[in-house]
Design a protein. Structure first.
Lengths: 112, 113
């Protein structure tokens, strides 16, 4: 199985400041159709996860534009341009290129 | 957007089985792919398997291959996950997910003697 490794695992943030999470895969996530199936999910405390980003950089409907995804091959990044109070939670990257889909360990974002 | 409502929490003894249901409320159910994912306390999310609702085709993670069955009842817009030979390590919150965009509220399954 493809191993997804996130860093950091804990990210203390300051309101209004930027934040960045890294995700690395053990194999390239470029699929034979040319797409890279790398998603980012947010899980707020006490809630189910929700997808923020799909195929590396595409924001889902309703996701604020302060969230952005980038990367290629095996290295990917989720950035929050200015952290807001509602952004507290755990963020997961997930690859859907190879079977089975696999998730990163999660990065806990909390205020300093 | 599709909304998914799962069945309530379950407590089972080791060696028994559990069946979790997931009812969808959207006319797009028949064209969806429904995944099942679980999250043990403090652990990362883990994919269990999926079903293509229209065709009924399924695919399971090798780890669960011999113990899990995912089915659907299109007349009820409901998907089911049946997990057998339960052990304590199966204690987790189980989620159904539609097309990776809509998640159920989660069902806590506790396996304890």
């Amino acid at each position: 199985d493809v191993v997804m490794t996130q860093s950091p695992l804990s990210l203390p943030v300051t309101l209004g400041q930027p934040a960045s999470i890294s995700c690395r895969s053990s194999q390239s996530l470029v699929y034979s159709d040319g797409n890279t199936y790398l998603n980012w999910f947010q899980q707020r405390p006490g809630q189910s996860p929700r997808r923020l980003i799909y195929k590396v950089f595409n924001r889902d409907s309703g996701v604020p534009d302060r969230f952005s995804g980038s990367g290629s091959g095996t290295d990917f990044t989720l950035k929050i341009s200015r952290v807001e109070a509602e952004d507290v939670g755990i963020y997961y990257c997930m690859q859907g290129t190879h079977r089975p889909p696999t998730f990163g360990q999660g990065t806990k974002v909390e205020f300093k | 957007q599709m909304q998914l409502v799962q069945s309530g929490p379950e407590v089972r003894k080791p060696g028994t089985s559990v069946k979790v249901s997931c009812k969808a409320s959207a006319f797009t159910y028949s064209s969806s792919a429904m995944q099942w994912v679980r999250q043990a306390r403090g652990q990362r999310l883990e994919w269990i398997g999926w079903i293509v609702v229209g065709s009924g085709d399924t695919n399971y993670a090798q780890k669960f291959q011999e113990r899990v069955t995912i089915t659907r009842d299109m007349s009820k817009s409901t998907t089911y996950m049946d997990l057998t030979s339960l052990r304590s390590e199966d204690t987790a919150v189980y989620y159904c997910v539609a097309d990776w965009t809509a998640w159920g509220q989660g069902t806590l399954v506790t396996v304890s003697s």
